[in-house]
Design a binder for this molecule. Structure first.
Ligand code: SAH
Length: 450
């Protein structure tokens, strides 16, 4: 093992990039993780931390520059994790994501062809949603983003990857909170009022929802805030107060009240209209979402005769799109507000061959299996932790002809494909679709058949 010491400076060659976007150099086999460093680069680095298995360093001087390096727009985007890949040219980001999946498949001994990543038409300003903490910094109320692995707020007004209209809205809210002396939340003491501001903007509808998350039931100066927000932002169709009194890292509480306009936002995807409640999940890159769903639906190969299960169905975006090409779609989703949205969405789009159940996918899937529901196609779009063991066991009994797996985490995707192989499922290819430019997140679609 290398004898490295804190504050030591040395020249290293970067060999690899971690899934978090950190450069990796090996010093006599000892890995050093280095922010803002790319494979092939040679740098003089300063060691900041030495642990048993690995250490951390920062670049003091770049001595050989990668051809894939692009200009860093703002160090804050790396420090906060808003855009940890901002220094990597976009085509190289796409290859990086393809390689991530390839490596994880290889680790599980899976022989699956990973196609080139489909790039996002918008590589900045693409996010339709922002959730920003509100805190006092040096005696002033600020909105911004936490530094990575900390709760230290860095004030930011241009968030780079968010719809610029959302950035503007956050500044409007910040200035009103300052003007009316509405207290920011203080995490240390669990005092103060405004914890977060969440803004969503419909890409097609141009409707905007502003959610003010408070610790307290009362939002001081509520009427002045509503008046100020609607006067400055004519797109706002909905203002919600969400109450979260707990000492927690979870952003939203479970109580919401509409203090202006409608209790939901509307947007459309692939020609259908969707209502989205504040607590419901909605994909953040709207143009790429249409590509992702199109790929998933193609992979399902529907003819109009199939019984489909859409597990982790959210507000029913995939279910309703699939229902147009299937006999019946059964959706299951854990968040009651989202299920309610899904049912309303079926109604307003005049789709009646869908039904939605509120519950844990693993439990409802087990119940459906016991009831001998025979699905031809199983669509899954789970959160990062992937499929639960009970879910996979139920699949092993139900044995749908096809599984379409939309994944936001290639590590759990690889694990789940490996597990499903025990029931005879095999995949030929995986299609990565870049939903999150400038970040390390990797989304993909995989079809499995028996
Ligand atoms: N397919 C939808 C939602 C995908 S996000 C879309 O594309 O919009 C994943 C969804 O799974 C979220 O709506 C989340 O609330 C839900 N979820 C998380 N854990 C779950 C579980 N154990 N059972 C069912 N749904 C779950």
């Amino acid at each position: 093992m290398a004898q490295l010491a804190k504050n030591q400076e040395l020249e290293v060659t970067i060999e690899d990039l971690t899934y978090e976007g950190l450069g990796v150099a090996k010093v006599d086999g000892y890995p050093l993780f280095i922010e803002n460093a790319l494979p092939g680069e040679v740098a003089l680095v300063h060691v900041i931390k030495v642990q048993k298995q690995y250490g951390f360093a920062f670049v003091k001087e770049l001595r050989k520059v990668s051809p894939d390096r692009v200009e860093v727009k703002d160090k804050a985007y790396t420090q906060t994790g808003i855009a940890p890949l901002q220094h990597l040219a976009y085509p190289a980001q796409l290859t990086f994501k393809q390689n991530q999946i390839e490596q994880l498949f290889k680790k599980q001994h899976l022989d699956i062809n990973v196609l080139p990543t489909i790039g996002s038409p918008l590589t900045t300003g693409y996010r339709n949603k922002a959730q920003v903490p509100v805190r006092m910094v040096n005696g002033q109320l600020e909105t911004g983003f936490y530094k990575r692995r900390s709760h230290q707020l860095l004030p930011i007004t241009n968030f780079y990857i968010q719809d610029p209209e959302i950035d503007k809205a956050i500044v409007v809210v910040r200035d009103l909170l300052r003007q009316y002396f509405v207290p920011a939340y203080d995490e240390q003491t669990n005092k103060g009022v405004v914890r977060h501001v969440m803004v969503r903007r419909g890409y097609y509808s141009k409707q905007m929802m502003v959610v003010i998350v408070t610790r307290t039931n009362k939002l001081p100066m509520m009427h002045q805030l509503v008046e100020g927000i609607t006067a400055a932002l004519p797109e706002v169709t909905s203002i919600i107060q969400n109450i979260n009194g707990d000492k927690t890292n979870v952003i939203m509480g479970d109580r919401s009240r509409t203090i202006f306009g409608k209790p939901y936002l509307e947007d459309s995807l692939l020609g259908s209209t969707f209502r989205i409640s504040p607590l419901s999940f909605y994909q953040v890159n709207p143009v790429q979402t249409e590509t992702l769903y199109t790929k998933a639906i193609e992979a399902a190969g529907l003819t109009g005769e199939e019984t489909v299960i859409d597990a982790y169905s959210g507000i029913g975006t995939i279910s309703l799109t699939m229902a147009k090409h299937a006999k019946h779609v059964y959706g299951v989703e854990i968040v009651p507000e989202a299920v309610n949205d899904a049912r309303v969405n079926a109604e307003i789009n005049h789709i009646d061959n869908v039904s939605f159940v509120t519950g844990k996918a693993e439990e409802v899937m087990t119940k459906w299996k016991d009831e001998k529901l025979a699905a031809d196609v199983l669509m899954v779009d789970p959160p990062r932790k992937g499929l639960a063991p009970e879910f996979k066991e139920a699949v092993g009994v139900m044995l749908p002809k096809k599984i379409v797996y939309v994944s936001c985490n290639p590590a759990t995707l690889a694990r789940d494909i490996k597990d499903l192989a025990a029931y005879g499922y095999k995949a030929e290819q995986t299609q990565p679709v870049d939903m999150f430019p400038q970040t390390q997140h990797v989304e993909s679609v995989t079809a499995l058949t028996r």
